[in-house]
Design a protein around this ligand. Sequence first.
Ligand SMILES: [Zn+2]
Length: 62
Amino acid sequence: MATYIVNTGPEKEVHRTAYTKPACNIHLISPYNRLDTDADYTVLYPSIYDGCKHCYESKHRK
Ligand SMILES: [Zn+2]
């Protein structure tokens, strides 16, 4: 299991796999916009990616 689920679509949001909640609506992320990775995109691309307010609040800015 990858550490993060990244929504690469317009949302540009990073979820923490082990802490996802129903409100994250992971099932609504299109397979084309979903990336399962161990790389933290909020660190790699801080100006583009935001932490999910439900499961990655420490990195949530918007
Ligand atoms: Zn989330």
